[in-house]
Design a protein around this ligand. Structure first.
Ligand code: SF4
Length: 411
């Protein structure tokens, strides 16, 4: 079998492998489907929750079936978990302002008997959501203020945030964009996307586009292909970043066809949002593998959440598993000041304690940036434990992760 690089066909650069069918080429394009077994052993399958044990694999592995069969009512939820009185009341009180939706896959990760299960805390309403503190803000990051046209936040000169949908497979209870996510009346219309593309086209200083939402992977491959193609045709655009939680909540969405489409638009960065090691299942690993094999650069943006991951041991385990799945831990976000998420907020001290427990105690690759996205649109501000003990003229006294002191002499 010989491999011949061919001229681009249209805008698609591919390798033609003689003797292989198009389908085989397509599968090859998304990588060798056999992961290394000793790695895969650490990623148990997510399994099936009570209502779905008899669903055929063909349906279960189909992302559209997962979307169609999301758990959205109290009656459906009761079939999956043993609901507490608090969860029942919280659903009834909160449903009108922020819908509940959970894919069967993600719902299957919930512990039916434990109301403090980290997956359950992220997806089933709690009474804390009804509490709005005087310090809470509707739009804490001032994303709407820096919006020159609907659907584009342009705060830094060289990059923009482009919202292309307000739907997500699972509506995370800690979502910072509760003000518009899950509300179908606020969905980005076709015209809004066209206006956003026109804005990016007209601003040559923009080189980096963060495509977000909601979850952009809620759109079809064809629609995404169109938007990415339009962006790629703009000469000043260098990179895209896709912000998606589908790898966590609906890994079946990462199909061979999807990654085959993405390869046309490289360089593509994918930032995802794993918050707990339990979310790194065999299915999630496979989604990461397909994207990484297709040449995407993967990063994780964890949100620090009380009761879910406010423990250095959990974060270390999460980050080690992410690295095995070829996802670089990129950020830990301090939970921001959005309304209805104060029950998830930890102290900043807790975040610093986590960084202190990682830095030096594990590979630097497993140590993300801990940041506060400053209220009012100040941007991400890094938070670090202090490693400078004192300055003495040209001498800087530093301490390492074991609290041993060392002197660095400046020239
Ligand atoms: S996937 Fe992201 S945008 Fe959607 S609900 Fe979760 S946190 Fe919000």
């Amino acid at each position: 079998m010989s491999v011949t690089p061919t001229k681009p066909d249209g805008d698609l650069v591919q390798l033609e492998i003689r003797g292989r069918s198009t389908e085989a080429n397509r599968r090859a394009a998304s990588g060798d489907p056999r992961p290394v077994q000793h790695i895969l052993d650490r990623f148990p399958s997510g399994g099936r929750g009570r209502p779905w044990v008899d669903v055929p694999d063909e349906d279960w592995n189909d992302w559209r079936w997962q979307q169609r069969n999301r758990v959205t009512t109290l009656e459906e939820l009761e079939k999956v978990i043993d609901l507490t009185e608090e969860e029942r009341n919280a659903f009834e009180e909160s449903h009108a302002r922020f819908h509940m939706a959970i894919t069967p896959y993600y719902a299957s990760l919930m512990d039916p008997e434990d109301p403090n299960c980290p997956i359950r805390l992220q997806s089933v309403p709690k009474m804390g959501e009804l509490l709005v503190l005087p310090t809470d803000l509707e739009d804490p990051l001032a994303e709407e203020r820096d919006m020159p046209v609907p659907g584009i936040t342009h705060r830094y000169p060289d990059r923009v945030l482009f919202y292309i949908t307000h739907n997500c497979p699972v509506y995370c209870r800690h979502c910072t964009r509760k003000r518009k996510v899950s509300d179908p009346s606020s969905a980005a219309a076709k015209k809004q996307i066209e206006d956003g593309l026109a804005y990016i086209e007209a601003h040559p200083e923009i080189r980096d586009v963060v495509i977000s939402g909601g979850d952009p992977l809620s759109l079809s491959d064809e629609r995404l292909d169109y938007i990415l193609g339009r962006l790629r045709a703009i000469p000043h655009i260098e990179i895209f970043r896709l912000g998606t939680r589908n790898l966590v909540t609906l890994p079946q969405r990462i199909t061979d066809d999807f990654v085959y489409m993405l390869r046309k638009h490289h360089p593509v960065y994918v930032n995802t949002h794993f918050n707990h090691p339990k979310e790194l299942t065999e299915e999630a690993f496979e989604a990461c593998r397909k994207l990484a094999d297709a040449g995407c650069v993967l990063g994780n943006q964890m949100v620090l959440l009380k009761g879910v991951n406010d423990d250095p041991k959990i974060v270390k385990e999460l980050n080690h598993k992410l690295l095995m799945a070829r996802v670089r831990p990129y950020y830990i976000y301090q939970c921001d000041l959005s309304q209805g998420i104060s029950h998830f907020r930890t102290s900043v001290e807790k975040g610093l304690e986590i960084i202190e427990a990682l830095r030096g105690h594990t590979s630097g690759l497993a140590v993300p940036h801990y940041v506060i996205d400053a209220p009012g649109g100040g941007g991400k501000i890094p938070m670090l434990p202090s490693y400078v003990v004192r300055r003495d003229g040209k001498q800087i006294v530093l301490r390492n992760y074991q609290f041993k002191e060392f002197v660095y002499e400046e020239p």
